[in-house]
Write a protein that binds this ligand. Structure first.
Ligand code: FES
Length: 107
């Protein structure tokens, strides 16, 4: 089973987190299930950008962003090359290291 490592975030996950998931699961759903209350204003519709995360490791193990995701990513705070919308990420075979941005689009 792949593992998700969440780097510490001062509000949402102060100690960081580490947990196992199944291949094919939705990353945002996994984070929420672990009690990491990342914003998701559009409820998994790939429209709001509030579920933005950085995939510091494992980026290459998942499918590339869709054109719709890329268009929304262009609007997020702090866009970086390993930015993704967690609601549009299906877990692959490899472990993922996730960093939650300091700010979301709503702040
Ligand atoms: S929850 Fe809105 S883009 Fe992911």
């Amino acid at each position: 089973m792949p593992k998700i490592i969440v780097l510490p975030h001062p509000l949402l996950c102060p100690q960081g987190a580490q947990f196992e998931v199944n291949v094919g699961e939705n990353l945002l759903a996994c984070l929420l299930r672990q009690g990491i209350a990342i914003e998701h204003a559009c409820e998994f519709q790939v429209a709001c950008g509030t579920c933005h995360v950085y995939l510091r490791k494992g980026y290459d193990s998942i499918l590339l962003p869709s054109p719709v995701e890329e268009a929304v990513l262009d609007q997020v705070w702090g866009l970086e090359p390993d930015s993704r919308l967690s609601c549009n990420v299906r877990i692959g075979q490899a472990d993922l290291t996730v960093e939650i941005p300091k700010y979301s689009r709503n702040q």
